[in-house]
Design a protein around this ligand. Structure first.
Ligand code: KMH
Ligand code: ZN
Length: 273
């Protein structure tokens, strides 16, 4: 089986220090969390940035500073800025970090309820606009799909040549408002994508590790991190992102799945060095 790419979503836009005191906000805190996650086995850092008080921002200067700090400690890691940002941001606001031409970034492939009155809006025209801007800069998008209809949306745009190879999906499952994270949901999604595509799973909350185990067993890749889940186990908060990565490594060891280095990850994702 292919080596396992572990992506670590170290901060997100919604989770706060009140939820888990290890959630990083400042560029320095982000770099420290990224460093320990990489030491534990992460080869990709999924990155949101925050103001010092935790407010989510897509400000390009904040991304630049945060990436600079991360690079000092993790020179090789693949950095994947979010173009999702936070609910309510405009498209151009969300797209700012692509101006730094990272190797990867996210491309959110459909709209989804985000609890209470919030809707994370990604219309078809939004997705086309994001895709054009991302491919223009030769950045590999991680195709974030919160359910099967988002996968179908990708496949439609792939047929039209708007979304292009290499196809790397991220199935974000188990979110309130999104698709559930049962084994049948996972199987349905993984069987819906082309043979030559790769995929990663991100289980939200208590779904993080059961979904990770399924992906590890079936040859997929895994995302964990405080953005998605703040608990190491029921009632026990993670003491940082590295705790979550280490737990995935332990599961991978049980299945004899080797862990990808950043160099391995670039090869699997067809990112030119
Ligand atoms: N924070 C969500 C609104 C992404 O990173 O591309 C969007 C999100 C997806 O987290
Ligand atoms: Zn994100």
């Amino acid at each position: 089986m292919e080596k396992l790419i572990i992506t670590c979503a170290i901060s997100g836009a919604e989770v706060t220090k009140e939820d888990n005191s290890f959630v990083p906000y400042t560029p320095k805190e982000m770099a420290i969390e990224a460093y320990f996650a990489c030491q534990a086995g992460a080869s990709v850092i999924h990155l949101h940035v925050r103001e010092d008080d935790g407010t989510p921002t897509q400000d390009v200067a904040r991304f630049e500073e945060t990436i600079k700090q991360i690079r000092k400690l993790c020179p090789d890691v693949i950095i994947q800025p979010s173009t999702g940002g936070a609910v309510g941001m405009s498209n151009d606001e969300r797209l700012q970090p692509i101006n730094l031409v990272p190797e990867m970034c996210t491309l959110d492939c459909g709209s989804v309820n985000f609890g209470n009155d919030e809707v994370f809006i990604n219309t078809e025209n939004d997705i086309i606009y994001f895709a054009e801007k991302i491919y223009e800069k030769n950045i590999l998008p991680e195709l974030e799909c919160f359910g099967k209809m988002h996968v179908d949306q990708v496949l439609r745009l792939y047929k039209k040549g708007i979304i292009k190879d290499h196809l790397h999906f991220s199935f974000v499952l188990g979110m309130v408002g999104g698709q559930a994270a049962q084994e049948r949901d996972f199987v349905f999604l993984k069987e819906s994508i082309p043979e030559h595509a790769t995929y990663s799973v991100a289980g939200i909350g208590r779904h993080e590790f059961p979904l990770a185990e399924l992906a590890i067993k079936h040859g997929g890749h895994v995302r964990v991190g405080l953005e998605d889940n703040i608990y190491l186990e029921k009632g026990v908060k993670a003491k940082g992102n590295a705790d979550l990565v280490q737990k995935v490594v332990k599961i991978a060891n049980l299945y004899k799945r080797e862990i990808a280095t950043p160099k391995d990850a670039r090869k699997i994702l067809k990112i030119k060095e």
